[in-house]
Design a protein around this ligand. Structure first.
Ligand SMILES: *Cc1c(COP(=O)(O)O)cnc(C)c1O
Length: 387
């Protein structure tokens, strides 16, 4: 069975973790600083804060901005639940903005309409599947109303976009206050579980460091005044720390990011080539001014036209050894959100949801496996495969 995504761990990763296990500090040690420095450098941001999951990273970003009850956050329904849940965690209200069908990224036109709401304090765009959102436009809109921007970049480590002739890295926070990453095994690099926030703001950085560890601060000035043991709890924080064991894996994985991205782009190019001209399907966009890093390869299929439901199509794929997945169910349709009173308000997102199916894409996929997926998908689309 070819899964839709999977991690890639080599001997260097294993050696790096073993060394960490034998070191004096397996948590709160020097490898965390090392991982953060490398990640900040990779993204071109001043600071990075490593945390236990991408979800924790989103939660801390919302807390660090001081979002609270009465505030609203504009975000997309086509994402993993954690994006909008982060607003709920701090008592704020997610307001769902429709997406562009072609990219499944948040629609700037729709943002323009919703931005007049008086309680909006922040925008949480998601670089869906690894294709960067139109950050310069989102940033410009946010500035008009003095809104914060937090990029959910969990799909987009290594992605770039062009604006006014210059290229920007996702995570550089050139057009946002913070960017959030996940290192879950299906993402570009993994630490088992893990996440991080990048920012260029010293103030947000210090707040995030403190919130990651119980809202506690320790400074030389405090120690001199109160005693060497002293720490002060200034906020209600959490234990959202990453371990040094995980950071060791992160450092080792980060060295391979370019190769990981390159292979994903190769696979996507092969799929594009194979599927582009078929009727009833649409391949994901790879725009000239953006580098899509293909966390996912979501194919859009007109299931009516091909005469199979998505359930039938998926189970036939499964029987032929090809895993697939749907990314994502519009968040506001979830029972919890329905109970909160959310109703369907994003027709493009629902149209997208009805058509999408993610095909396998991961670093270790062999040429043979890619070829197999292509043959199977083409065969099913042509009604030529009996399963
Ligand atoms: C994976 C993911 C998250 C959550 O990350 P975890 O590390 O699993 O907590 C949040 N947002 C998006 C878009 C993701 O893909």
């Amino acid at each position: 069975m070819i899964p839709y995504g999977k991690q890639s761990i080599d001997q260097d990763d294993i050696d790096s973790v073993v060394r960490a296990l034998r070191s004096p500090k397996i948590t709160q040690g020097p490898l965390i600083d090392g991982f953060e420095a490398k990640l900040a450098h990779q993204c071109g941001a001043r600071y990075a804060v490593a945390v236990s999951t991408g979800t924790a990273a989103l939660h801390l970003a919302a807390l660090a901005l001081g979002l609270k009850k009465g505030d609203e956050v504009l975000t997309t329904p086509i994402s993993f639940l954690a994006t909008s849940n982060a607003a709920l965690y701090v008592g704020a209200k997610p307001v769902f903005c429709d997406v562009d069908y072609a990219t499944a990224n948040i629609s700037v036109l729709c943002l323009q309409k919703l931005i007049a709401r008086s309680r909006i304090k922040a925008i949480f765009p998601v670089h869906f599947g690894g294709l960067p959102c139109d950050m310069p436009s989102i940033h410009k809109l946010a500035q008009k109303r003095d809104l914060f921007v937090v990029e959910d970049a969990c799909h987009a480590l290594g992605a770039r976009y062009k604006s006014n002739g210059s290229w920007f890295k996702v995570g550089s926070c050139a057009h946002s206050d913070m960017a959030v990453f996940s290192f879950h095994p299906v993402k570009h690099i993994t630490t088992g579980e893990g996440g991080a926030i990048t920012t260029n703001s010293r103030k947000l950085y210090e707040k995030l460091l403190s919130l990651r560890s119980h809202g506690v601060v320790r400074t030389p000035a405090l120690s001199r005044r109160m005693g060497p043991w002293y720490y002060a709890m200034t906020d209600l924080g959490f234990n959202y720390r990453l371990t040094d064991i995980q950071a060791a894996l992160g450092i080792s994985q980060l060295q391979k990011l370019d190769a990981f991205v390159k292979r994903r782009r190769e696979i996507a190019a092969l799929y594009d080539q194979a599927f582009k001209k078929l009727s009833g399907v649409q391949t994901p966009l790879d725009l000239k001014d953006r580098i899509n890093v293909y966390h996912l390869y979501p194919l859009r299929i007109d299931f009516k036209q091909i005469g199979l439901s998505r359930t039938e199509f998926m189970s036939k794929l499964q029987n032929l050894g090809v895993g697939s997945q749907v990314h994502y169910i519009p968040i506001y349709t979830q029972p919890y959100y329905r109970r909160l009173g959310y109703r369907s308000n994003c027709p493009e997102a629902e149209h997208y949801y009805a058509d999408t199916l993610s095909l396998p894409i991961f670093f270790e996929m062999t040429h043979r496996e890619v070829h197999k997926v292509i043959q199977v998908v083409k065969g099913l689309l042509a009604g030529a495969l009996e399963v």
